[in-house]
Design a protein around this ligand. Sequence first.
Ligand code: IDP
Ligand code: MG
Length: 138
Amino acid sequence: MTERTLAIIKPDAVERHLAGKIIQRIEDEGFQIRAMRRIHLSAAQAEGFYAVHRARPFFTSLTQFMSSGPAIVLVLEAADAIKKWRTLMGATDPAKADAGTMRKEFAQSIERNATHGSDAPETAAYEIGYFFAGIDLI
Ligand code: IDP
Ligand code: MG
């Protein structure tokens, strides 16, 4: 089933000029890029995006990092896109990520881990709607 997911090239990867390599991989793996935008999140916008994690010990550090510089948000479309993008990203902790994954290749730490991907259809719908309007996705 064709599905959409939200991907983010996080500030660490944008700062290190890795966006082009990551986008190339996305295209090589057969995703359609349905929408894409560069955005520098405010702290409040990062807190809203990661609201599900607000009780976690890393919440303040995570939202400071995510608002520390520009990021690139994308809507990716493919069969089974949510799982497909998470597989290509690799494990949250780059030390545990498989060879060839985005996080193994590009992440610096469990926090500065280069990319984000939605984890389920409900979160994908929320996260896509957080950044893009319906009219952007026709
Ligand atoms: P995910 O991005 O692989 O879905 P989540 O558990 O949803 O991982 O965590 C969201 C983000 O929070 C991670 O991508 C990472 O940037 C950060 N994070 C997760 N766990 C830790 C941690 O233990 N220490 C610091 N940052 C973390
Ligand atoms: Mg997550």
